[in-house]
Design a protein around this ligand. Structure first.
Ligand code: ATP
Ligand code: MG
Length: 180
């Protein structure tokens, strides 16, 4: 499985719709300060269900919507979609390609889509349990995160190992069952 493309429209500094295509191997995104490099990784975090505005370097969730500039009006919504190649069936679904999308409007209304079909955040989360992908996954290593892992509480470190060995989904199901 690998990340094939990211589509961004109206998210943070990306007023125009852009599509970034990736191929197998290493891709680096370079650019001057403030040109939007971190906004790309924020977009990936966000589409995978990030609920914390602070994690996305904003004060409120609406801060992810393009806020306008001197010569460009603000936009009414933010949209991000990532497409993953799943031809190795690393994700437990029949699709060879999977697109996860999220949209939020200024009104606060928001939706998640899996291959174009509306779904719940929970569906997105479940899809990525134990893959290392997801907002709690280790597929995105942010600044300061290594330090956090090394100096974190044992329970927090344990969560990382749970994800790596693939037992998060069972723990989650147990939690849901015990609640019923
Ligand atoms: P550095 O090299 O300093 O880390 P960077 O390339 O990672 O820079 P980002 O942090 O991704 O840059 O981008 C910051 C820019 O995004 C700022 O100019 C900021 O004004 C802009 N920005 C953030 N949120 C919005 C928004 N909602 N609307 C418009 N512009 C935004
Ligand atoms: Mg940056």
């Amino acid at each position: 499985m690998y990340l094939k493309s990211i589509e961004i429209h109206g998210f943070k500094s990306f007023a125009n719709k852009i599509v970034l295509d990736f191929h197998k191997g290493i891709t680096a995104i370079v650019g001057p300060n403030g040109s939007g490099k971190s906004n790309v990784s924020d977009a990936v975090r966000w589409v995978l269900g990030e609920q914390s505005a602070r994690q996305l370097r904003g004060a409120s969730m609406q801060d992810v919507i393009f806020a306008g500039t001197q010569n460009r009006k603000a936009l009414g919504y933010a949209y991000v979609a990532i497409t993953l190649d799943n031809s190795d069936q690393a994700l437990p679904v029949d699709y060879k390609e999977l697109t996860v999308a999220r949209r939020v409007y200024r009104s606060g209304e928001s939706e998640y889509l899996l291959n174009g079909t509306p779904c719940r955040l929970r569906d997105v989360n479940e899809l990525f349990f134990d893959t290392g992908i997801g907002k709690e996954g280790y597929s995105i290593i942010g600044q300061g995160q290594i330090e956090k892992i090394l100096s974190g509480k044992p329970e927090e470190r344990r969560e990382l190992f749970d994800e790596a060995v693939g037992i998060v989904k069972y723990k989650q199901r147990k939690k849901v069952t015990l609640k019923k």
